[in-house]
Design a protein. Structure first.
Length: 158
């Protein structure tokens, strides 16, 4: 049985307790700090959609809306901005003349790559400030953090 959010502020482990609130706050703060770099004129939602188009290949607009969990009307405005900036290009769907397919452009790919490099550089600068023991602990925690970042529906049962 899974605990409700109201029931859990700590979780017991074999080697002690995890302060769930502290973990959540630390992850949120780190995420915000990593997103403070210049976002190429994009909102976080636009950036997420552009990343999805890059990762998943050409997508129909409805599939992108579903993947991002946003309304089609919101997606229409979002895609218009991405097109205007030259980050994506819309094509007629060869299987359905009424539908459009969205693909990332070389400019969009280069922009995402630059943003990733900036984020990695910022994180590397922060990691240097940690002690060797803290970096070792972080390295050991990385698989668990990756698992936490996955979609809960895709996670393996425990």
């Amino acid at each position: 049985m899974s605990p409700s959010a109201a029931d859990v502020s700590t979780m017991d482990t074999e080697s002690g307790e995890i302060d769930v609130t502290r973990l959540r706050v630390a992850i949120a703060r780190l995420s915000r700090r990593l997103r403070r770099h210049e976002l190429a004129g994009l909102t976080p939602t636009q950036l997420a959609a552009l990343s999805t188009v890059e990762r998943s290949g050409p997508l129909r607009l409805g599939d992108l809306a579903a993947a991002e969990g946003i309304a089609p009307s919101t997606l229409t405005r979002l895609v218009a901005v991405l097109e205007e900036l030259g980050y994506v290009q819309r094509y007629a769907d060869p299987r359905d003349a009424r539908a459009s397919t969205l693909a990332i452009t070389p400019k969009g790919h280069q922009t995402l790559e630059r943003l990733r490099e900036e984020g990695s550089a910022l994180l590397t600068q922060s990691l240097v400030l940690l002690t060797p023991q803290e970096r070792t602990a972080l390295a050991a925690a990385l698989p668990a953090l990756e698992q936490l970042a996955e979609d809960p529906a895709a996670q393996r049962p425990r």
